[in-house]
Design a binder for this molecule. Sequence first.
Ligand SMILES: Cc1cc2nc3c(=O)[nH]c(=O)nc-3n(C[C@H](O)[C@H](O)[C@H](O)COP(=O)(O)OP(=O)(O)OC[C@H]3O[C@@H](n4cnc5c(N)ncnc54)[C@H](O)[C@@H]3O)c2cc1C
Length: 328
Amino acid sequence: MVRIAIIGGGPTGASAAIELAKIKNSEVILVERRVFPRDRPGETLHPGIESLLKQLGVYEQIERLNPIRPKGIHTYHRGKENFAFYGGEENPQWQGFQILRRDLDAILLQRARELGTIVLQPQTVRSVIKRNSRVMGVCTDHQEIMCDFVIDGSGGSHWLQRKMKLPVIPLSQTLITHFGYTTENPGVTEQPQFIWNKDNWLWRAEIQPQLYQWTYLPWKSSASNSSYVTRGQKSDVTWRKMHRAAGRGYFAGGDAAFTLDPSSSHGVLKALMSGIMCGYLIQNIALRRIGEDDAIDYYNNWIAAWCETDVGHLQDLYRKMAQWEMCK
Ligand SMILES: Cc1cc2nc3c(=O)[nH]c(=O)nc-3n(C[C@H](O)[C@H](O)[C@H](O)COP(=O)(O)OP(=O)(O)OC[C@H]3O[C@@H](n4cnc5c(N)ncnc54)[C@H](O)[C@@H]3O)c2cc1C
């Protein structure tokens, strides 16, 4: 019997749980501190997510929500507007999704439940159990869970990393984003808008008919007196990564592994893909198709390469759009 504890019921945790349901002799326990449905930013989803939603068995439910399906993004820069299809001119039919995270996350978690995951909710993971530098389990505010593997899907709080007192490595200057919702149309169509200035950018998208989400990111003090700063909620999106995304007894996925600011535009896709990968590797360790140390090395290299590529793309984006060097 393989026992796995998952911290967090966001897309990382739920997709890992769904993948782990393929192990016959297993017990998967997912701990989520919030009651669902709960709100969370991250509602413009990259078209690449479609095949993942199918793989996870939730695509039909998502389709029934009849989501807005943008074909691309309007970018405004130095007084000029440019529309770019997600799939480029050669594939203009490739469409993203606008989905409320309260819906997406609830559907994914329900799917995990149906496949046998034990969901402890609301419960908070408080401490990690370690023996001889191996993670052996976690304690929630109600119980101790001893297990073979812990998956950290706790998001940008990097819960496991902090508890293990391992460094979270900053990759950019401090970045605080501000976000909120409005029912007044700021002039957005079905295709989101990305407005770049020399010291900030503003993102606006219609996420449901007549419900608009905005995200504002200033990176110089000259942009912090905008009304967007006082209007919404805020979140630390400083680019950062875990020292090691996997080690003896644990794997971390999604934002827990590395966090970038939302202009990277595929945080949820990364969460689903890495959650599936954590589940897949644990499955193969359990079936003795791969040794644990090899799986850990493979995962660390995979995450490190992905993070490096994304940071390179973002760095190029800020250079091009704002002549700004974001990396330290
Ligand atoms: C303003 C903003 C806009 C964004 N826009 C987009 C976008 O348009 N498209 C996109 O793809 N991405 C976007 N992102 C990024 C996206 O939100 C994240 O990449 C994504 O949510 C990561 O998923 P996750 O499952 O790793 O973490 P999360 O979604 O953060 O889920 C983590 C879960 O773990 C739970 N948890 C944490 N600690 C504990 C604990 N100790 N015990 C129990 N439970 C715990 C939390 O309650 C939460 O439910 C945006 C981010 C921000 C801040």
